[in-house]
Design a protein around this ligand. Structure first.
Ligand SMILES: Cc1cc2nc3c(=O)[nH]c(=O)nc-3n(C[C@H](O)[C@H](O)[C@H](O)COP(=O)(O)OP(=O)(O)OC[C@H]3O[C@@H](n4cnc5c(N)ncnc54)[C@H](O)[C@@H]3O)c2cc1C
Length: 483
């Protein structure tokens, strides 16, 4: 079957008994579906909004090698993250993009990631140097991938717009980037079109009832309002910052929210070329990234307990944007920072009063909700394969390995301007239902064009029921802070 909505609805109508139900179509849920389906497990994924519309299209898009675990002396985790990068490079093809990151050293700024005791201007560079040497050693990096120390002059040759005063030298080290939303859609297309899974967006779970050794799950299609009932032996909920549905709501993992905002600047106004920059210290003692993203520049992220908008659609408010602009001006010679678009993501952190949880140090945690029903929360984009594998191995007594993903070029080649051929491909193979699915999560049209790509709406709407979607599309772009 194609990964089109029509085919997926047919699939649900033909088959209502599953071995596994996955709730949530972010990167974790989608990887769980792909891993399970590739092992022949009859699996269904249900997403209440669009696939990857949660944190998994709103991240900073880094596949970290775990350098931030070094200051906490968690060497095992660094080794694991670096090993993970190598696996992801093999299975994700061009969705894994090596990236060199510059860590500039300033006289008056230590590195916020270091413990306070090591943050002095004198000790911080030494500690960072030791950390990077260890990073290369633990990652068994080849010579051309190891970190380098460059002089102040070489830093300015490579990054001409960085502020000169107080910079002493810089480190350059290797990390990696991906395209979060496209990664999710690729995992899903592989699960559905190669491994026969079923995946549906815009379907709500209205209730889950355990009957004997099966779960009876009531669903409602948000688009045609049709109701369905399916049965599943096991359930994994990867619901991000959301509670569990139905009568299981009160059993949800206890989480705390953390928000992070980003800006997209047109082109390369900060002169970073193909490399990223780690800004070592923000005013609230965090680090910030400036990263290239297919011709434009991402600046982010903040880290706040408050956010604007809703859990489903948070947006970057003026306080977030001012904070990001202030820090760009602190580190770069630029008078006016003009941005094309902005976004905010919300992640789940463990609430320390939670019980029955493990793997807190890696940021993800499982909760046994019921026999054969677990919820997984937190974690990082970088850890999606491991998280998916571990959660399946808790419920099934077998090993799960992620295969090399197909269709990577197909999604990466989608253009950032309206293109009829691209839209057809997205409708037939990337399960586009609403115009914003195409604009925000299959292509980068809304991110790379002013006003959320509103100027393309006339052309886009011709291919959708405009009476149904025009107003909704405008509202959604407004909710995202793009209009
Ligand atoms: C600002 C920010 C920056 C980040 N940057 C990075 C980074 O650079 N590198 C990195 O490794 N990690 C990063 N992360 C972390 C990473 O984005 C997340 O760990 C990851 O995306 C979480 O994926 P998920 O599938 O668990 O959750 P989500 O992507 O949030 O998916 C959960 C999905 O479940 C759906 N859902 C919820 N309830 C239901 C229900 N009842 N029925 C059906 N569907 C439901 C939601 O609609 C949502 O689509 C960042 C996070 C944030 C917030």
């Amino acid at each position: 079957m194609n990964f089109s909505r029509l085919d997926q609805i047919h699939s649900l109508e033909e088959n209502n008994k599953f071995e596994l139900l996955v709730i949530g179509g972010g990167v974790v849920g989608s990887a769980i579906l792909e891993l399970a389906a590739s092992q022949g497990i009859n699996s269904l994924l249900i997403e209440k909004n669009d696939f990857s519309s949660g944190a998994s299209s709103r991240s900073t898009k880094l596949l970290h090698g775990g350098i931030r675990y070094l200051p906490q002396l968690q060497f095992g985790l660094v080794r694991e993250s670096l090993k993970e990068q190598k696996i992801l490079e093999q299975v994700l093809g061009k969705l894994y993009k090596p990236l060199k990151l510059l860590a500039p050293v300033f006289k008056d700024n230590g590195f916020s990631d270091l413990p306070r005791i090591l943050q002095s201007n004198f000790i911080a560079p030494i500690a960072f140097k030791i950390g990077l040497t260890l990073y290369d050693f633990l990652g068994q990096r080849k010579k051309d991938q190891r970190h380098t120390l460059i002089s102040k002059e070489d830093t300015f040759r490579l990054f001409p717009k960085l502020k000169k005063n107080k910079l002493t030298k810089s480190f350059i080290f290797q990390d990696a980037q991906t395209e979060d939303a496209k990664l999710v859609l690729t995992l899903l297309r592989n699960a559905v079109e190669i491994n026969n899974a079923t995946a549906l967006n815009y379907v709500k779970i209205t209730d889950i009832i355990r009957t004997g050794d099966m779960y009876k799950v009531s669903l409602i299609d948000d688009i045609n309002k049709k109701k369905y009932t399916v049965e599943s032996k096991k359930i994994i909920a990867a619901t991000g910052v959301h509670n569990l549905p139905g009568m299981y709501e009160s059993k949800s993992s206890k989480i705390k929210l953390s928000g992070g905002a980003h800006l997209i600047l047109e082109g390369d106004p900060l002169g970073i070329g193909k490399n990223g920059v780690l800004l070592p210290q923000t005013e609230d003692n965090r680090v910030m990234f400036v990263l290239p993203w297919t011709g434009n520049t991402i600046v982010g992220t903040t880290d706040t307990e408050e956010f604007s908008g809703s859990l489903d659609r948070p947006y970057a408010n003026s306080k977030d944007k001012d904070y990001l602009i202030r820090h760009i001006k602190k580190y770069f010679n630029i008078d006016e920072v003009k941005y094309i678009s902005s976004w905010t993501g919300l992640r789940a952190l463990i609430d320390s009063s939670g019980t029955n949880s493990k793997n807190i140090s890696r940021g993800h945690f499982y909760k046994n909700i019921d026999e054969n029903f677990i919820q997984i929360s937190g974690g990082k984009l970088t850890g999606f394969r491991v998280i998916a594998k571990e959660s399946l191995e808790q419920l099934f007594s077998q090993n799960f390995e992620l295969n090399k993903q197909e269709f990577v070029d197909s999604i990466l080649n989608l253009e950032s301007q309206f293109n009829y051929k691209d839209l057809q491909l997205c409708l037939n193979h990337y399960c586009v239902v609403k115009p914003t699915d195409y604009l925000l999560r299959r292509t980068r049209i809304s991110w790379f064009n002013q006003n959320g790509g509103k100027s393309f709406l006339d052309k886009v709407m011709v291919h959708f029921d405009s009476t149904l979607y025009l107003e909704q599309t405008i509202e959604e772009l407004k909710d995202e802070g793009l209009l």
